[in-house]
Design a protein around this ligand. Sequence first.
Ligand code: GDP
Length: 492
Amino acid sequence: NAKPAPPTRHDQDRLIGGLLSPAFDEQSCRSRYASPHYRRPSPFRPSTYLVERLRRYEARHRRCGPNGPLFKEAVQHLRSGRNAARSECQYVVWTPFNGVGNRMLSLGSTFLYALLTNRVLLVHAPQEFDGLFCEPFPGSSWTIPVDFPITDFAGSFTMWSPTSYKNMRQAGSVSGDHRNVSADRLPAYVFLDLIQSFTDAAFCEADQLVLAKFNWMVIKSDVYFAAMFFLMPAYERELRRLFPEKEAAFHHLARYLFHPSNDVWGIVRRYYEAYLARADERVGLQVRVFPEMPVPFDNMYGQIVRCSEQEGLLPKVVRKDSDGEANHSSPAAVAPESSRTKLTSVLVTSLFSDYYERIQGVYYANPTETGEYVEVHQPSHEGEQRTEARAHNQRALAEMYLLSFCDRIVTSAVSTFGYIAHGLAGVRPWVLLRPPSPETHADPACVQSKTVEPCLQAPPRQICGAAEGTDIGALVPYARHCEDEHKGLKLF
Ligand code: GDP
C-alpha cells in the first residue's frame, strides 16, 4: 500500500497553505487555483486550525446543503412557520445589500459567523449578483434553490420587519434570556438586521444564546461586522486559534471564499496579461469620489500628488526649467544604457477617467528622475454606480482583483471597494484621507494603514457589559479606531 505522496511546495502554493480544498474541478473555476500566482507570496499563512475547521465546515455543508434529505427536512420546518426544537443542521441565509465591496465584507462576515456558530451559509443571489463568484464549497452549493420558501427578500427584510431580532425583543415576543426561550415556540426564522448603524442588534453573549435556538437565520448587512466577534469573550479562544494573526482574518476569509467566476476571471486575466504582466512594479490607485462628498477634481488630484510625494509612491518626473528644458543634472542622464530599464505600471480604478488622463499625461510629457518607464492604465470608467446591473458588477469585481495584484496600493478613505482590494492582496494600503469638507484639504494627504484588515465603519454605540461611554477602540489590545473613520473599528 503506497502512501500518498506528501504535498509538494507547488501544491502548498496552489492551495494557499491548505486554505483551499484540492477537491474542485479546475476548469469550472479557473481563478481558484490560478489567482495566487498573480500576486507576490502572501506574508500571512493560514493556521493549521483554520485549515482543519474549513475542511470540517465543507463536510457539514455537504451533509446539510441544498438537495440532501436534511435540507429538505429543514425547509419543511421553515415552511411550517415554526422552529423545530432540535435540528441537526442550522442555517444562515445571507442577502445582498449595497455595492459589491459592501456585499463582500458582509458575506465574509456571515461566513465567519457560520464557522463560529456551526451554521451552514446559504446565499440569496438575485440576478445582478449571480455569476460573480464560483461555488466556494466542494460537492455542494451555497445558493438557495429556486423553490426556497422565502422569495420576497427585499420586502420581507427591512428595519420594520416583525421577524427582526431587535424588533422581536422590543415587542417582547422573545426574551433576552435564553433560559426563558423554548425553541419549539419560536417562529421559523429570525432576521438579523446589521445594516450600517443598526449593528447594535446582536453582539451580546446573552443574545447569541437566544439566537442559537433558531434553526434558520437571515442576515442583511453592508458592513464588516466580523470585527465585532473579536470583542466578544465567548469567541475569543476560537478566534485566537483560527486567526493567530488577527490582521489577516479577512485576508484568509476572502481568499478562501471569493473566487471570480470564469466570466469575471476572463476579464481579469486578459487585462492583466495585456497591460500589467510585463511591469517590474505595479502600483494600484483607487480613486473613489462619493456623491455625498463631491471633492472637486483639482483638490483630489492635488491630494494624490501630495500623497505620492510624501510617501514616495509614484515615480517622480524631472521638473522642467522655465524654457521647458528638462533638468539634465537628473540621474536619468547618467543611467547606464545597457541595464534593462525598470517599468512601473500604474493601475488607476475610478468611475471617472479624468484622474487617469492627468496622470498618464504627466508621464507622457516628462521623463522620470530615475529614467524608469511608467505606463498608466485604467480598465473602465463607468460614470456611476449601477449595483442592479450584473455586467457592471462583474467589472467592479474584476477591478478589485486587478488592484489586489498590485505591489503597492493607494485607496480612498471609507471605500469598501478599496478594502476588498488590499484585503485580498494582504497589503497595507496608503489611504487618501477624507477632507473635512469637499472644498478643504486633507492633512496629511494620506497615511499608510497599520493593518490589511478592513474597517468596520459603524460599530455599535454601546457594547454589552461595558460601561456607557466606553471607548470601543480601547476594549482589546488588537482592535483600534480606523485611520479613515475615527468611530470605526479595525483589527491589528
Ligand atoms: P464603496 O461604495 O466604495 O464602499 O464600494 P462598493 O463596491 O460597495 O460600491 C461602489 C460601487 O460603485 C462598486 O461596487 C461599483 O459598482 C461602482 N464603482 C465604484 N468605483 C468603481 C471603479 O473604480 N470601477 C468600477 N468598475 N466600478 C466602480
